[in-house]
Design a protein around this ligand. Structure first.
Ligand code: SAM
Length: 238
């Protein structure tokens, strides 16, 4: 279309790393929608999840699975398709691909082959919560998911007790209660944290306060859904 923004049209041989909503469909950007529609192929974590997103936004396109269990082989196959002139949109189930999600092996394979990799930025739970947390956010450490074993999580907290920047991490709803108790035990009741639950969704809750206060109120609040946490540096107080 004459006058259309060229960044809305995928170039052959280019990988687009496309962020998708983490709960609120309206967070899909115009550029993400256009690339998902016009790319010759969408590489996705779960074809049912991405199929359902596409049908909600009225788009049909070819899907190829690219997930934790086939990442190595799929990265080579997709890079081959790019060399053959296809344009590929990479998505994960929600949020930004390669951020605690599959993606790194494919972007690395593309860089090895000098294929262009273009980010189409948008939602990510970590940056969404940090931006709204009220905690220091000029610099931060993002660690994704801590190990599932309690001893390893405790070691991480002990090693970072005096870390001078905020720390952002993901935690599963099955472990969140235990992790709050571990933070209380190791970081102490006066350390400030922000707990984000169900960001951008109907039951979004964002609570910033001391671990002492949050662990107390958490006893009577829902532990269902998706959680992201920001831990403030030791010297910070609200
Ligand atoms: N790549 C994704 C991103 O950019 O946000 C993160 C993928 S990671 C596999 C999924 C984890 O992110 C969840 O277990 C949860 O800790 C966090 N998360 C995702 N969506 C969330 C939401 N709506 N609210 C709070 N945390 C969320």
């Amino acid at each position: 279309m004459e006058g259309e923004n060229p960044s809305l049209t995928p170039e052959p041989g280019t990988l687009y790393v496309v962020a998708t909503p983490i709960g609120n469909l309206a967070d899909l950007t115009e550029r993400a929608r256009s690339i998902l529609e016009k790319a010759s192929l969408i590489a996705c974590e779960d074809t049912r999840t991405t199929g359902s997103l596409l049908s909600k936004i009225g788009i049909k396109n070819r899907l190829q699975s690219y997930h934790d269990n086939n990442e190595r082989q799929a990265a080579v196959r997709i890079a081959d398709a790019l060399v053959a002139g296809e344009s590929v949109a990479l998505v994960s189930d929600a949020g930004t691909p390669a951020i605690s999600d599959p993606g790194f092996r494919l972007t690395r394979e593309c860089h090895k082959r000098d294929l262009p990799v273009v980010p189409v930025p948008g939602p990510s739970a970590a940056s969404a919560l940090l931006s709204a947390s009220g905690l220091p956010s000029d610099g931060y450490l993002f660690v994704g998911f801590l190990p599932p074993k309690s001893a390893a999580r405790r070691r991480f907290l002990e090693a970072h007790i005096d870390f001078p920047y905020s720390i952002t991490l993901y935690e599963s709803c099955h472990r969140i209660e235990k992790f709050v108790a571990e933070m209380l035990d190791i970081l102490g009741e006066d350390r400030c944290i922000c707990l984000g639950r169900e960001l951008t969704k109907k039951f979004e809750t964002i609570t910033t306060g001391t671990i002492g206060a949050i662990s107390e109120s958490f006893k009577s609040s829902s532990k269902k859904g998706e959680f992201t946490i920001v831990i403030a540096p030791r010297k910070f107080s609200l």
